[in-house]
Each structure stands twice: as structure tokens, then as C-alpha cells.
Design a protein around this ligand. Structure first.
Ligand code: AMP
Length: 306
């Protein structure tokens, strides 16, 4: 089954306390699509300017990502820059240049409308609605978001949350969105807004999954020693999770047990992503490496029955 991914495609400048790199491939859809492509075909919807390097397009092609929904228009690509503190869970946005993103209307090409699994990666909620309006009877819709949209587009985000099967957000965003300090209360409150499933990411501390009938799964993070650039960890997580679902959900329902596995696969992809800047590690990882880290992770974390 293919997965439809809409989100940002960016050129990023990233600074950590140890290194700085400019003009890197970034964006929620780039990370999400490359991550998901390890499991399933991907239909990508996004926009870039004419300055977008051809090598990145080639990377998407090499990963078998369908680019029928990629708009390449006159102007400059969306740019974002950020700096990480010694505690790499703490990041400050240094600048944002919307450029071609400012007038982006995501339009699905023929053949995308019936994509069964949809990942609305981080992008303005109005644009996420716009994509959702164009898909017909999707099997499972996942949405990601960020603090910016909770600040400036909360109403649209609340309406979106009511339309999706799963919301993914990080701990700070969950607290900001719900006004709850407890992540357990926040998870329950978001579920009450509509989605069957909620995943709250906690950076290097893993992730909480909430499901129907008060079902709950706490997934640790894979214990990595060398973290070089956490940018896109959340997007790689969401992409891995969506891709895994697309490759394994056949006729049946998406169950909580199924999503537990998807969360672990998403965490494995996120762990590869943070090992290098941009998509440098993510783009080289293969399915044998993913499966071997998944097995090691199960063993280390004492997951039973996964
Ligand atoms: P994450 O580390 O998962 O928060 O994702 C980082 C990526 O999000 C970077 O590659 C940025 O280019 C992208 N990004 C930053 N701000 C925005 C925004 N306002 N809308 C969409 N994508 C963004």
C-alpha cells in the first residue's frame, strides 16, 4: 500500500554546540518520505523553488518516491535555520523564510486521491485540511504538528485533529495544546477531541502511545551514544510509522498492537536519522539494518510479543 505524504521541503542551516552546516536538505516531508520509503511506495506532495538542488530530487527518485505531487516553481525554496543547545532536546529557531511556501496550494495529481495511508506532516493546518479534502476514503490518516500552529492556527488545528485517526506531537506541544502539565491527561484529552490514537514524543526519552479503552504503551528511545543532529527526528519517526503501517495493514483494522510495532519502527528510523546531519544517515540505511536494530531494540527494552 502506498502512503501519501504532504509537508515542507526545505533548505536548512543547522548549528549544534559542536558543528555547523548550511544549505542542508530538510523539511518535514523530506524526512518523512525518505523514512517511509524503507517500507512502502510514497506519493510526495510539496513545493520547492527553482534553486532546489537536483541532487535532492535524485535522492527522492532513488528511494522510489513518486514526485507527481512535487511543484517546482519560480522563486526560492523554504528556508529554516535552528540552533541546538548542549541539551539537544532544546532548540531555538534562528530564522524562517517562507519563500515559495507562502503561496503553496497542495493539489493532488491523478492517482493520489485514493492513497490509503495519509501522513499530514508538519505544515500549516489549513494546508493539511486542503489535502484531506482531496483524498477519498483513506484507511488511516496521521497528522503531525508544531508549536507555531498551536500559537497561530489553533482553531484550524482543533478541527483537523477531529478529522484524523492519529495525532503525533511532542511533549511541549501536547502541554501547550491541552493546557495540561500531565502528559497522560494531555494524551487522553487529545483522544477525546477525535483521534483514536495519540503519540506524544519525548525526544531522547522516547514516546507515549495512547489508544482506545485506555490502552497505553510507553516506548523508550533507542539508546544512542552519538547524536549529531536531532533535526527531523520527529518527521522520520512519523514517516517510519506511516510506512510500516502501509506495508503491513492489509484488510483488517489498524489495531493498538499494530501501532505499538509501528511506534518501535518509527523510533528505529528516528535513531538512524539523528546519527548525522540532515538526511545523510537516513538516506543510506537499508532494511537489513532497520530489522537488525529493531531486534536489538526489542531485546534491550524487553518488549514482549513484538
Ligand atoms: P523537526 O526536527 O521534526 O521539528 O523538523 C525539522 C524540520 O522542520 C526542518 O527540516 C525544517 O525545515 C522544518 N520546519 C521548520 N519550521 C517549519 C514550519 N513552520 N513548517 C514546516 N516545516 C518546518
Amino acid at each position: 500500500m502506498p502512503v501519501l505524504i504532504v509537508g515542507s521541503i526545505a533548505l536548512d542551516d543547522i548549528k549544534t554546540q559542536l558543528a555547523e552546516h548550511k544549505n542542508l536538505l530538510g523539511g518535514s516531508a523530506s524526512y518523512g518520505a525518505v523514512s517511509a520509503s524503507n517500507f512502502s511506495p510514497v506519493n510526495l506532495v510539496g513545493i520547492v523553488g527553482e534553486d532546489f538542488p537536483q541532487e535532492h530530487i535524485e535522492l527522492f527518485r532513488r528511494r522510489g518516491i513518486d514526485l507527481g505531487g512535487l511543484q517546482i516553481v519560480p522563486g526560492e525554496t523554504f528556508r529554516w535555520s535552528g540552533e541546538y543547545m548542549w541539551d539537544m532536546n532544546v532548540r531555538e529557531t534562528r530564522s524562517v523564510e517562507l519563500n515559495v511556501f507562502e503561496h503553496f496550494t497542495p493539489t493532488l495529481p491523478d492517482g493520489y486521491h485514493a492513497t490509503p495511508i495519509v501522513l499530514l506532516a508538519n505544515i500549516a493546518p489549513d494546508l493539511q485540511h486542503h489535502v484531506l479534502n482531496q483524498v477519498s476514503q483513506p484507511r488511516f490518516v496521521i497528522a503531525d504538528t508544531m508549536d507555531l500552529w498551536i500559537n497561530i492556527a489553533k482553531e484550524s488545528l482543533e478541527k483537523l485533529v477531529a478529522r484524523v485517526d492519529m495525532l503525533i506531537l511532542n511533549d511541549g506541544e501536547a502541554r501547550q495544546f491541552t493546557g495540561e502539565t500531565s502528559l497522560i491527561k494531555a494524551g487522553k484529552k487529545i483522544r477525546a477531541m477525535g483521534p483514536q490514537f495519540v503519540a506524544i514524543k519525548k525526544g531522547e526519552h522516547g514516546c507515549l502511545l495512547f489508544g482506545p479503552e485506555a490502552k497505553y504503551f510507553s516506548c523508550p528511545a533507542y539508546p544512542l551514544e552519538d547524536i549529531h543532529d536531532p533535526t527531523g527526528a520527529g518527521d522520520s519517526f512519523a514517516g517510519g510509522l506511516a510506512g510500516y503501517l502501509a506495508s503491513t495493514v492489509k484488510d483488517g483494522e489498524v489495531t493498538f498492537e499494530h501501532l505499538k510495532k509501528a511506534v518501535v519502527y518509527g523510533s528505529v528510523l528516528a535513531s538512524y536519522n539523528v546519527e548525522a546531519f540532515s538526511l545523510e544517515r537516513l538516506k543510506t540505511v537499508d532494511s537489513a539494518q532497520i530489522d537488525s536494530r529493531y531486534d536489538l531494540f526489542r531485546h534491550i527494552a524487553h518488549f514482549e510479543g513484538l
